[in-house]
Design a protein around this ligand. Structure first.
Ligand SMILES: Cc1cc2nc3c(=O)[nH]c(=O)nc-3n(C[C@H](O)[C@H](O)[C@H](O)COP(=O)(O)OP(=O)(O)OC[C@H]3O[C@@H](n4cnc5c(N)ncnc54)[C@H](O)[C@@H]3O)c2cc1C
Length: 501
């Protein structure tokens, strides 16, 4: 069983207490709620907590049998500037510096008003989680983990990953349910939005697990239904690449996107799709689970190998310190695929390359046959095995060996420990992937869903991954800039941005 599935099942156990408290449909049917939240996940839970604290009556529905959404699976890395934890540690940081970092890392491709709203309010969100027992790992915040580092340590993490965030919010959510301020219907899916003559949402049609439909007429609706990464067809249509990797939340099906579009909303930012650098897929049928992750950060392990694309050519300086530079280079390679190529000398001398794998694990995998691991006595044989042009791969290796000999690598690579000339030769296939949704529903600065003419649907709001990674990260991966904005926008909408009454 994959790590993410195991965590998901563990978390299901933890969520049972809330599941049992779900309201009955009969009790909810005739109430005119101030707010109906579609999705009890990262954005939806804080929205309900803060709206209830403001005195609103709230109905939360979720398609799943448990609350939590992607928090059950996510790494849950957050970023925030100006937090209490930073002050306690003497870290001088501000939302302005955070915003400048986002502009630098995304090369100006974030949606600036949306990103500004997120960073200006992230510290309050994070401090609130800390007040509620968020189990911050010792040694945090740091500048970076998996993505391009920030200029200040503002990156927070828990060894409970997203469940650490859910556990911090769960008591407040449960209290609001117990106090009768929030009604929760699990295994209830929003299937239709109905508008009135003025274009506002007049009704939400909700379907239970048995297919029975109920119409609710709330004053406001929040789409907090997450992304579309578990909808393979939608993912491929919007990203231009197949859904290679499993591991997104099973209910991230883009249903909220379809609902928003049905009342005049529209999608934007699909063009900002970016891939993570390659991983090893467990199977050739996709979406696949992950078999292993290669250590590509030269800060952790300098590369001894070369990376080649489907043309048998190198495409990036393998020891480039920037994570973003590697990702951008892979973004332009066919099928987002590459092979790590090396020889027997590298296998004998280099430090382990796959996270958590010993050298013996690698040696036995390389004996094959396997869809990821290839071995041949000649470069030409290796090229044939991986399906790239033989002469091109031979030229690539020869060109690389010239760089090792002279110190003048064609790509400017500095770490050139050994020529690749000792048979057998090896290749490990890597696949670029992403398991989040880049495109999102267009909103204005009040987080109201807007139509193509930029007019707002007054009582329809959206928060979380439904806004698209392209909004908060641009065409880049900016650490923590999905979880933190989802929590923050949920909080802000509940606390003050949704117009009640
Ligand atoms: C493995 C993984 C690792 C990640 N790591 C990070 C990270 O470290 N840092 C970071 O910033 N981001 C990370 N992300 C992304 C981030 O976790 C998500 O973008 C974020 O949690 C999504 O929050 P959300 O509220 O939009 O959606 P969710 O938390 O998924 O909540 C949406 C809820 O809506 C429900 N729903 C869907 N459709 C309907 C419907 N029609 N009716 C009723 N309910 C519905 C779902 O069941 C779900 O409970 C990661 C994502 C994954 C998958």
């Amino acid at each position: 069983m994959s790590m993410s599935k195991r965590r998901f099942i563990q978390a299901l156990g933890a969520a049972t207490a809330v599941t049992a408290m779900g309201a009955s449909v009969a009790a909810t049917r005739n109430r005119r709620y101030d707010l109906l939240v579609i999705g009890a996940g990262t954005a939806g839970i804080p929205a309900a907590i803060f709206a209830a604290a403001r005195g609103a009556s709230v109905l939360v529905i979720d398609a799943a049998a448990t609350i939590g959404g992607t928090l059950l699976l996510t790494s849950g890395q957050m970023s925030a500037a100006g937090t209490r934890v930073q002050k306690q540690q003497g870290i001088d940081d501000t939302p302005e510096l955070f915003f400048q970092d986002l502009i630098r890392i995304s090369r100006g491709t974030v949606d600036q008003p949306i990103a500004r709203l997120a960073v200006d309010n992230a510290a309050t969100t994070f401090d609130w989680l800390m007040d509620n027992g968020y189990p911050l790992l010792p040694g945090y915040p740091v500048e970076g983990v998996a993505h391009e580092p920030y200029s200040k340590p503002r990156y927070y993490w828990s060894d409970l990953r997203g469940i650490g965030i859910l556990d911090a919010m769960r008591p407040k959510f449960t209290q609001a349910i117990n106090a009768g301020k929030v009604d929760l219907l699990l295994e209830h899916r929003a299937v239709e939005l109905r508008t009135n003559a003025a274009g506002s949402v007049a009704a939400v049609v909700v379907e239970d697990a048995g297919g029975k439909r109920t119409e609710y007429r709330p004053r406001n609706v929040l789409l907090a239904s997450g992304g579309y990464a578990s909808n393979a067809a939608m993912f491929e249509k919007l990203s231009g690449h197949p859904k290679y990797l499993d591991g997104s939340y099973p209910f991230a099906l883009g249903q909220g996107h379809v609902l928003a579009e049905s009342v005049g909303g529209y999608l934007r930012y699909a063009e900002k799709y970016l891939t993570n650098f390659g991983i090893l897929l467990a199977t050739s049928t996709i979406p696949s689970t992950k078999l292993a992750t290669t250590i590509f950060h030269p800060q952790q392990r300098q590369p001894w190998e070369i990376y080649v694309n489907t043309s048998g050519k190198r495409f990036v300086r393998e020891d480039v310190p920037s994570v973003d530079a590697r990702e951008q280079a892979l973004h332009f390679q066919p099928h987002l695929r590459h092979w790590v190529v090396f020889d027997q000398t590298v296998l004998d001398k280099a430090p382990p390359m796959l996270e958590g794998w010993t050298r013996d694990d690698l040696v036995s995998a390389l004996k094959g046959p396997d869809a990821n691991f290839f071995r041949s006595e000649t470069i030409q044989g290796l090229a044939k095995a991986i399906g790239v042009p033989e002469k091109a791969l031979a030229d690539t290796v020869e060109g690389y060996n010239y760089g090792v000999h002279t110190g003048n690598d064609f790509f400017g690579r500095k770490h050139l420990p050994t020529k690749l000339q000792q048979a057998p030769y090896y290749a490990i296939q890597h696949q670029g992937t992403s398991i989040t949704s880049t495109a999102g529903i267009a909103v204005n600065e009040a987080l109201q869903v807007i139509r193509r003419d930029q007019s707002a649907i007054p009582n329809l709001y959206a928060a979380g991954e439904i806004l698209g990674a392209g909004a908060t990260q641009g065409q880049a991966f900016c650490g923590g800039m999905m979880v933190t904005p989802a929590l923050t926008f949920g909080r802000l909408l509940g606390e003050r941005m949704i117009r009640l009454g």
